[in-house]
Each structure stands twice: as C-alpha cells, then as structure tokens.
Design a protein around this ligand. Structure first.
Ligand code: IPE
Ligand code: IPE
Ligand code: MG
Length: 230
C-alpha cells in the first residue's frame, strides 16, 4: 500500500447543497466552511503532510456580488474563529493565488496567518484563494522574463520555482466533490501525475469515510509515471 503525502481538493457543490437543504446557496458555503475544519483534522490523523483546498477561483468573480461578498465575509470569519485552534494544533497555513488583487483587509489577515504559523509542522494547509492555474502560469512567465532568464536556463525545475507552489511537492491525489468531472483551472501543471477522484457528494457532506475510501483506492493504484511498473 502506498500512502499519499499531498491531497488537493476542489470543494464543489456548496451552492447546490444549500439550495436543496435551505433554499439558500450561502448556507451551503457556511456548512462547507465548517467541513474544512473536520477534513483538516482527518488529514492530520492519517498523516497527510500537505492539503491544498480550492476556496476561490479567478473565475468565481463571475458570480453575483452578493455571493462574492458573503464568501469574503466567510473567509474572514473562518480565520478569526479558528486561527488559535489551527495554530495550537501545529498547522502551517499558506495561501496560493493572485493575492495582489484581493481586498486589503484580507491581504493583511493572510500575511499575519502565514507569518504566525510558518514554523508549525503537523500539516501544511494551502488555501488556493483567487487562484487560477492559467493566471499562475502567466505570472510565472512574466517573472521569468523580468529576471532576464536565458533560454537554455529554462527547464521544468525553473518553472516550478516560479509557481505559487514552489517548494511544495505535487499533489498525489486530486479529489473533486459535487459530481462534476473537470479541473476548473486548478493546478494544471502540478496535477500532471495526480490520481483523480470524483465524488458524487456535495462538499458539506464529504466525510472521513469518503476520505478513507479514496486513500484505500490510491493505496492499491499502480503509479507508473510513464514507465512499466515491473
Ligand atoms: C464551491 O461550491 C465553492 C466555491 C466556488 C466558493 P459552489 O458554490 O460552486 O457550489 P455549486 O457547484 O454551485 O453547487
Ligand atoms: C471550482 O468550482 C472552484 C472552487 C471550488 C473554489 P466552480 O463551481 O467554480 O467550478 P465550475 O464553474 O463548476 O467549473
Ligand atoms: Mg460549483
């Protein structure tokens, strides 16, 4: 049995869950947020070292302002309510995404959280916030050119170093809840060799049992990386 060190999750289906249960999409976002705490705890229990969570995509700006405002309110609420506990549980928190173009108050909170948890080492939880893989690559290429990189210096390692995820190993597993089978601009480079799991449950309902099923299926997967695994 092999075990994963990095799990990435597209936490989808909050809106549908909220609509079905409370006739209100935002309720789904609220309960989705509560589930993040539980899933982090499960991941620590099974010794996952990195957990990357897709919380807001560069395309999510296309949603109604009312929903975006609520999501931003929730992020602030989440960090305010949970920061001490996360820090006490030795959780290191990082953010990836276009953090230049988000409200200033959130920028300050993000910086503070990263700073205060930087020496924790039970797990690294990476929040992909205002994240889009294409925008990440555009940003990387711009910086590569800005630094006057020579053509023959460009290789996969160098590109890795210019991504938001530099120093973070690629995910072994991608989980998407909510039933859709697409990547929605998430970690396109880093997921090259991830094992993909699409779960027919909305994010607020995703639980420890579902996670363990994924880990078990991953455990017996033959990862070949283009070779023959003989
Ligand atoms: C994912 O749930 C959470 C965010 C995008 C912030 P959705 O809000 O996309 O839920 P559905 O897919 O509409 O049900
Ligand atoms: C992906 O879900 C983004 C997050 C989970 C944050 P979306 O609901 O935005 O993706 P699409 O629109 O269904 O592709
Ligand atoms: Mg969705």
């Amino acid at each position: 049995m092999i075990s994963p060190s990095h799990i990435a999750i597209i936490m989808d289906g909050n809106g549908r869950w909220g609509l079905k249960k409370y006739n209100n999409r935002n309720k789904g976002h609220y309960y989705g947020l509560l589930n993040i705490n539980k899933v982090i705890e499960h991941c620590i229990k099974i010794k996952i070292k990195y957990l990357t969570l897709y919380t807001f995509s560069t395309e999510n700006w296309n949603r109604p302002k009312k929903e975006i405002d609520y999501l931003f309110f929730l992020f602030k609420y989440f960090y305010k309510k949970n920061f001490n506990k996360l820090n006490k549980n030795n959780i290191k928190i990082k953010f990836i995404g276009d953090l230049k173009n988000i409200p200033k108050d959130l920028k300050i909170i993000i910086k503070k959280i990263e700073d205060k948890t930087k020496n924790n080492d039970a797990i690294t939880v990476i929040f992909a916030f205002n994240y889009g893989a294409k925008s990440e690559l555009v940003n990387a290429f711009k910086n590569i050119i800005k630094n006057k990189t020579k053509v023959n210096e460009i290789n996969e390692e160098l590109i890795n170093n210019y991504l938001y995820t530099n120093n973070i190993p690629d995910p072994d597993i991608l989980i998407r809840t909510g039933g859709e089978k697409r990547l929605s601009n998430f970690l396109l480079w880093q997921l090259s060799y991830a094992e993909l799991f699409f779960i027919n449950k909305n994010w607020p309902d995703f639980n420890f049992f579902d996670l363990k099923k994924v880990i078990k299926a991953f455990g017996v997967t033959k990862r070949k990386f283009g070779g023959l695994n003989e």
